[in-house]
Design a protein around this ligand. Sequence first.
Ligand SMILES: CC(C)(COP(=O)(O)OP(=O)(O)OC[C@H]1O[C@@H](n2cnc3c(N)ncnc32)[C@H](O)[C@@H]1OP(=O)(O)O)[C@@H](O)C(=O)NCCC(=O)NCCS
Length: 341
Amino acid sequence: MSESAADRLPSKSHILAAAFEVPRTVVTNDELSSVLDTSDEWIQQRSGVKERHYVDDAEGSVPLAERAARRAIEKAGLQVGDIDLLLCGTLSPDIDFPGNSALLQDRLGLGGCLALDVRNQCSGFLYMLAMADQYVRTGGAKHVLVVGSEVHSSGLEFADRSRHVTVLFGDGAGAVVVGASPSPDRGLLTVNLHSEGAFAEKLCLLGPGSLHKPRLAKDWTPADIYGWPQMDGRFVFRHAVTRMGECIDEALTAIGATKDDIAMVIPHQANLRINQLVAMGLGFGDERMANNIDRYGNTTAATIPILLTETWDAGRIREGDLVCLAAFGAGFTWGAALYRW
Ligand SMILES: CC(C)(COP(=O)(O)OP(=O)(O)OC[C@H]1O[C@@H](n2cnc3c(N)ncnc32)[C@H](O)[C@@H]1OP(=O)(O)O)[C@@H](O)C(=O)NCCC(=O)NCCS
């Protein structure tokens, strides 16, 4: 690339617009308590969740993603055809393969552009933002559509042995458009990403997968085929608190800032108590940490873009603010990003 072409590349990427979509049906803790041995009081006290949204029968994560994506593109003042890279994060794809990115690309009529699937669960959105940043700053893409979407409700076990998992999750989709920052002072300042596969089995879904031969057997029940998510809740909880605190510190150090400089943290929503402990470590009150787990539960890859949209639309983040996004999830995977908004 000639020097002049390199000079024209943006020095920073930024989130140009954000939008989300959740299904209409709201499921309260009391409703779950009628099928599981649990209670509204237990769920609220231990996790902060009051209700979550579930799709009606047979709606996948791609239709949710499409609605969030179209809204984000419109908010950015762009046409769908302006998107030249599509990144999709989910652990609940519509079909086993190809991934959601191919299916969403087709629904959006974006045939021909680069479309990629990212499987990093609750940290997937941050991994995608880091990729979008690389593409934008190196001239590989101008407008990146980053979408996290999940339909958990069809993959949860509504039985008492899974109650610690089932009560936490909800369905939804969130999308952002990433492009060149309008100003060199604004945009993504730093992002760190981590993973530790040694703890994969602490939060996982074991089937279907190529470990089984044949992968699908004729006499299997739906539970054998699809399996149920497994989680060592206490272990995940402890690691989430420690790792999220660490990666926020790491991001601050990378740009020479302090906790006091942060205007707003947009954390993943796995458990309100996790976020309260992270906030305590930062010395933050509610005014500097956004949460919406009470209304949506954990929507995995969709969580951060949903919360970002709500916080931004409510005017709680403004131009010039230092905004921190942080996540922890299965893998384990975790990371933090700092944006000058
Ligand atoms: C799952 C989680 C809410 C459980 O909360 P907890 O305070 O750790 O509770 P425990 O697992 O220690 O269980 C305490 C008791 O509540 C019971 N319990 C678990 N789920 C319950 C439910 N939904 N309703 C009622 N009781 C429940 C347990 O059986 C246990 O009973 P016992 O004391 O008789 O054995 C919590 O561990 C958590 O949020 N972990 C992290 C989850 C996470 O981040 N996941 C996604 C990462 S992206």
